[in-house]
Ligand binder design. Structure first.
Ligand SMILES: NC(=O)c1ccc[n+]([C@@H]2O[C@H](COP(=O)([O-])OP(=O)(O)OC[C@H]3O[C@@H](n4cnc5c(N)ncnc54)[C@H](O)[C@@H]3O)[C@@H](O)[C@H]2O)c1
Length: 347
């Protein structure tokens, strides 16, 4: 088992190890005074792991409730959020009780936002079951739900009390979801480490889950400890995301987040090479690893459509968008781009 401590406004530990799912009850007990626990999860994950987590919590003596919603991004909305907090209220949850977010990023974001806002904040733990959630969304305390007008439009920063990651759960992930998680894993390698890039080239992530998750969480820890509220270095984690979010939206969300991030990463790498920020070899390395992991690298949309959407990005500040631009594997740079110059970056 690997333990990584994260020191933010709320400090917590990320525990990574096969079989940890069955320790959920004991782990929650260690967090102190709690009587009731609500497992928040989606229909897929509930069918696979809901019972195991419930049994672990019950045998540790907790009064266990479940809130299960239909899987998928379309559930990350105000109406499901509303039902969840009403449920907590009807079951007389108090500030000493706790939420277990069991699932991928959709569950984590929604349950985290409910935890942050119910009675002005009750504790929650993240139990990520997708690769994306394990390496990214379960760490750092960003919580949110979507509005019809856009993704993650309502949310806040609210740190979990614990992240319990059992890589065994990733074995049941559909191949497409695994690959989407790999897009985020590859992002960390491009941002921070040539050695990690080489490891991912030598051995598939699926054959070294524990190591891969721990490496990514350590990298994310460094960004979020320095910049909890996303005003500085945390922006690096947006590599591939500015164009990626536009691709996701243009596809009507049929292109999955990780696929869109891969397309965005490839697009910004091509522009970086053209604009003299990185070598042709670096561009080649980026495209090679994305393709090796079965991720798309071609942007099917027009530059105009992509730019129109980028201009409504919530990260556009004073008419400038900070693009994360690769210089070499393991090194990227923040480049503030004037909205009028985006054409040079979306080819
Ligand atoms: N908070 C953050 O910092 C942050 C960072 C990145 C992404 N996100 C958010 O995360 C969400 C995407 O997360 P995701 O990719 O995990 O999507 P997801 O939660 O929808 O999970 C993807 C699919 O996999 C299923 N699933 C989950 N675990 C499984 C398992 N072990 N076996 C089989 N099926 C399983 C789910 O039911 C779902 O159908 C987006 O809403 C995005 O905005 C948040």
């Amino acid at each position: 088992m690997i333990s990584i401590d994260i020191k933010n406004s709320g400090s917590y530990t990320v525990k990574i190890g096969n079989g940890l799912l069955d320790t959920a009850g004991d782990e929650v007990k260690k967090l102190g005074k709690t009587r009731k626990v609500c497992i928040v999860t989606d229909t897929h994950v509930s069918a696979l792991y809901g019972q195991r987590v419930r049994e672990s919590l019950e045998s540790a003596g907790f009064d266990v409730f479940s809130f299960i919603f239909p899987f998928g991004e379309q559930s990350k909305n105000l109406s499901v959020y509303g039902r969840l907090v009403e449920d907590l209220c009807n079951n007389r949850f108090t500030r000493s009780d706790l939420i277990v977010a069991l699932g991928g990023g959709v569950v984590g974001d929604l349950a985290g936002f409910a935890a942050a806002t119910f009675q002005r904040g009750i504790r929650y733990i993240q139990v990520p079951t997708t690769l994306l959630a394990a390496v990214d969304s379960s760490v750092g305390g960003k919580t949110a739900v979507d509005l019809t007008g856009g993704k993650n439009q309502v949310g806040c920063f609210y740190q979990p009390s614990l992240v319990l990651c059992d890589p065994d759960t990733l074995k049941t992930l559909p191949d497409e979801e695994y690959r989407c998680g790999c897009a985020e894993v590859i992002k960390y390698a491009i941002l921070k480490s040539r050695a990690f890039y080489n490891e991912l080239m030598d051995l598939p992530a699926s054959e070294q889950f524990e190591h891969v998750i721990a490496t990514c969480v350590e990298m994310k820890r460094d960004f979020v400890q320095e910049d909890e509220f996303d005003k500085g270095v945390r922006m690096f984690l947006n590599l591939g995301h500015s164009i990626g979010h536009a691709v996701e939206a243009l596809s009507g969300f049929t292109t999955l987040h990780g696929q869109a991030v891969a397309i965005g990463t490839a697009a910004v790498a091509r522009a970086a090479e053209k604009n003299g920020f990185c070598s042709t070899d670096t561009l080649g390395d980026i495209l090679t690893i994305l393709e090796k992991y079965g991720l798309p690298t071609e942007n099917p949309y027009s530059a105009k459509d992509i730019i129109d959407l980028m201009l409504s990005d919530k990260k556009l500040i004073d008419g400038k968008l900070s693009l994360i631009v690769p210089e070499e594997i393991g090194k990227c740079r923040i480049v503030p781009v004037d909205s009028g110059d985006l054409g040079k970056w979306v080819l």
